[in-house]
Design a protein around this ligand. Structure first.
Ligand code: HEM
Ligand SMILES: *[C@@H]1O[C@H](CO)[C@@H](O)[C@H](O)[C@H]1NC(C)=O
Ligand SMILES: *[C@@H]1O[C@H](CO)[C@@H](O)[C@H](O)[C@H]1NC(C)=O
Ligand SMILES: *[C@@H]1O[C@H](CO)[C@@H](O)[C@H](O)[C@H]1NC(C)=O
Ligand SMILES: *[C@@H]1O[C@H](CO)[C@@H](O)[C@H](O)[C@H]1NC(C)=O
Length: 505
């Protein structure tokens, strides 16, 4: 009896072991070079321990292979992935060979039944559905619509100043938590411009909207666990689909959307309301396509899901970098102050301040919200590999592009860890960096970020407000290096950012 149990146990263990390493010959068979994978974690040693951000593990591989190859074969758990090391190949994936790498990996991990909101985001949509949705959303984010919500942006900026002044009066030795400040800002912006409601983010008692927006971005443990499981056993992906937006949050927003639509319609019925904001566009779209509240919500949530955390993260890191460098901060203030009219800068001028633009781009280079991209091969293709032989990427293969490795490479950005907005002051610098594939903070090609201009406008308006009203200093509690938080998919300074703001004059 004992013997049988033992033999059974050993067989099971051996089978498990074999199945875990079964695919480790995948890249060797295709003559793609790569580092040796380990059982369970593959080439991501910190996949489960989260001791170090995975981008640093990818960076070790990147540095070892970048001079000899364009791409290397790696494994996430036991799933083969192609790691793109040369920026030229990154550019091909995003642009030249777009049809072969049309979709994002996320599309495989979720579906309408398990997460209606996430699966309806343009980022997760595939093929023709993506094309249609992108065409639907694009006219909603034009320059003229962003300009028409600019007065709302400025109103929110002023509320932010009042709130900061109050925090200064209350005086905390720890300083101001930058992410808390910037999340209040983006929450208020998005709810006002997209839903036409106020979240009262800068008051003592914010409405429940603020808390629910925060819940959107705190996936619970079951999400994290499932994600790891599907990563190790991709065939489970057919059975388990991921849900990032919890049920109660989805219900809350469906109701809120209903309220927003009703209140806007009644305002319009009285005839004295005119605002060509995003809600206005979404309602027109809803009528044209005959969309119900739930579908209308899915469109609306695009603005919240994609724009809320990214903008807040970039803004808080930009404040950190300006706070650390008094010279840059003063230089920026001198560019800004002469153009302020009645508390803000006219919209057209805001987009015509080169140093402000350069500071923003340099902040995104050091802390990019998209530090890596996982694309899917949608049509197999033969690729060259520098010193190595040509190879074929099969349909369905995951392609990892580690943008942060290019952005941290001293070959492309001398003294890469230092904040130097001057890098972007050369004529056409950003365009050249993008065409070489070494800096695409907002992506590139047909899937380039839809909200880029809206994001830039919000961030610039907030910086103009804060820089003109306050001197920005960094509280000593904040780290002095640029080390990323080990557990996040967005590049965030480990340990958080605390600021000391002083009212000017
Ligand atoms: C600083 C803030 C932001 C950054 C750095 C950023 C960055 C990015 C990046 C890197 C991508 C992937 C692009 C690609 O694969 O080529 C993306 C996609 C996208 N972004 Fe943004 N984003 C920001 C803000 C926003 C905002 C405010 C919105 C909406 C209002 C938005 C909407 C989208 C959408 C809808 C996509 C998917 C596009 C598609 O797949 O067709 N983003 N963004
Ligand atoms: C090996 O990888 C391929 C491609 O991702 C996949 O189709 C196949 O099911 C994997 N085999 C095993 C045993 O995991
Ligand atoms: C966590 O998420 C799962 C799936 O998304 C959901 O079924 C579960 O109710 C959530 N648990 C909590 C405590 O929110
Ligand atoms: C900053 O980046 C944006 C988006 O890539 C680009 O349009 C702009 O020209 C850049 N500005 C500078 C000064 O580099
Ligand atoms: C490798 O691919 C490139 C183009 O992708 C092609 O020009 C070249 O002839 C191929 N080399 C071999 C040995 O097949």
């Amino acid at each position: 009896m004992i013997l049988i149990t033992l033999a059974l146990g050993l067989t099971v263990a051996a089978l498990l072991y074999l199945s875990m390493i079964w695919n480790f010959s995948y890249w060797r068979k295709r003559r793609v070079p790569g580092p040796k994978p380990k059982i369970f974690t593959g080439n991501y040693p910190n996949l489960y321990t989260m001791k170090r951000n995975m981008i640093y593990d990818l960076n070790d591989i990147y540095k070892e292979y970048k001079n000899k190859y364009d791409a290397v074969g790696i494994f996430s758990g036991r799933v083969p992935q192609l790691l793109v090391v040369s920026p030229e190949l990154a550019h091909r994936v995003f642009l030249t060979n777009f049809k072969n790498f049309h979709d994002n990996e996320l599309s495989k991990l979720t579906d309408e039944k398990s997460d209606f909101i996430l699966s309806n985001n343009p980022f997760s949509l595939t093929g023709e559905k993506w094309k249609q949705r992108r065409a639907d959303i694009t006219p909603g984010l034009t320059n003229s619509r962003i300009k028409s919500v600019y007065p709302v942006t400025n109103k929110v900026c002023q509320q932010m100043t009042e709130w900061v002044k109050k925090q200064i009066r209350l005086g905390s030795r720890e300083g101001l938590h930058a992410k808390d400040l910037t999340l209040r800002f983006t929450t208020e912006m998005v709810t006002d411009c997209v839903l036409g409601l106020s979240a009262e983010s800068f008051s003592e008692k914010p409405t429940p909207i603020m808390a629910h927006i925060n819940d959107l971005f705190s996936p619970n443990w079951s999400f994290v666990l499932l994600f790891a499981l599907v990563n190790t056993f991709p065939s489970l992906g057919h059975l388990i689909k991921l849900r990032m937006v919890p049920h109660h949050v989805e219900r809350f927003f469906v109701n809120l959307m209903g309220t927003a639509v009703k209140s806007r319609k009644s305002q319009q019925a009285t005839g004295n309301f005119q605002r060509t904001d995003f809600l206005d566009y979404l309602l027109q779209l809803g009528e044209k396509r005959n969309l119900g509240t739930r579908h209308l919500l899915a469109h609306t949530m695009t603005f919240l899901l994609d724009g809320f955390e990214t903008v807040a993260a970039v803004l808080s890191h930009m404040l950190l970098l300006l706070g650390r460098d008094e010279v840059v901060q003063q230089h920026l203030r001198e560019e800004i102050l002469p153009h302020i009219r009645e508390g803000s800068i006219p919209y057209d001028k805001l987009n015509d301040l080169p140093y402000l633009d350069a500071c923003l781009n340099e902040s995104i280079r050091l802390f990019p919200p998209g530090f890596m991209t996982s694309k899917l091969c949608t049509e197999s293709i033969e690729l060259p590999n520098k010193d190595g032989p040509n190879f074929t990427v099969d349909k369905g293969t995951v392609i990892v592009i580690p943008h942060a490795c290019h952005m941290m490479d001293e070959e492309y950005f001398p003294d890469p860890l230092t904040f130097k907005p001057e890098r972007f002051m050369e004529p056409d610098a950003a365009k050249t960096f993008r065409e070489r594939g070494i800096f695409m903070g907002f992506g590139d090609g047909p899937r380039i970020c839809l909200g880029m201009r809206f994001a830039q406008c919000q961030i610039k308006a907030a910086i103009v407000e804060l820089i003109s009203q306050f001197n920005i200093k960094v509280n000593p509690k904040t780290r002095k290096d640029n080390l990323y938080d080990p557990s996040l998919f967005l590049a965030n300074l480990n340990g958080g950012i605390w600021l000391d703001l002083e009212a000017r004059q």
